[in-house]
Design a protein around this ligand. Sequence first.
Ligand code: CAA
Length: 240
Amino acid sequence: MARVAVVTGGSRGIGAAISKALKAAGCEVAATYGGNDEAAAAFTKETGIKTYKWSVGDYDACKDGIAQIESDLGPVDILVNNAGITRDAPFHKMTPQQWHEVIDTNLTGVFNMTHNVWPGMRERKFGRIVTISSINGQKGQFAQANYAASKAGDIGFTKSLAQEGARAGITVNVVAPGYVGTDMVMAVPEKVRESIIGQIPVGRLGEPEEIARCVAFLTADDAGFITGSTITANGGQYFT
Ligand code: CAA
């Protein structure tokens, strides 16, 4: 039977590439999204992958949304926590709202999603959880105290759950992308972006498919011995 995979933020950017890669690997994929109906409809039209709309920051919405996916496709075997936002500002200008929006989506959203698939994975003795962190959770980034804290939090979360899931056949891992050519990175002022590209040894931004490849690797049935790890894919910009 095909594995059922849920990819949050799965209709655009890195998430869309992950949804497609998991479909190509033989999974039944559900892609969730937070706001952009037009992009989601275009994605479904292009790929045939069904999309579901809710905010990962809302625990009850995650619970209900996952129940809906399970009734449509079957029990969730694979969860990819990809949904993420930025609210960049130097710390002296960062508002509590900018802090909470980023933590609620990028970190609490990971709790909300994972907590609602975890009991079923434990019962069935199989699960694959991959959370998309960031190079900036590893090295920090000017104007990203909120984002870097959330992405570093994803790594600590993963290392803890890897220990708890191991005996139940659940692997829990992180992929930490560097700068990839998505809307999020293209929103960085051009001068800043050019200077960032200058710090990437391979001399270019990453492609979403290069991140999706890591996720497909970690979520495969025969990846059961890899847990608690962080795969970095950043063009050599930062070594952990
Ligand atoms: N290091 C040191 N100083 C920096 C800096 C850096 N990386 N970036 C900006 N500065 C300095 C500027 O030179 C400027 O200094 P002066 O005042 O002396 O000229 C000051 O900081 C900026 O102050 P501003 O008041 O102009 O800042 P602002 O309120 O307009 O904010 C910004 C601008 C939000 C910082 C903007 O420059 C920006 O968006 N930077 C990019 C941040 C970034 O890399 N975000 C990553 C987004 S992509 C992503 O997150 C995906 C992923 O996972 C990799």
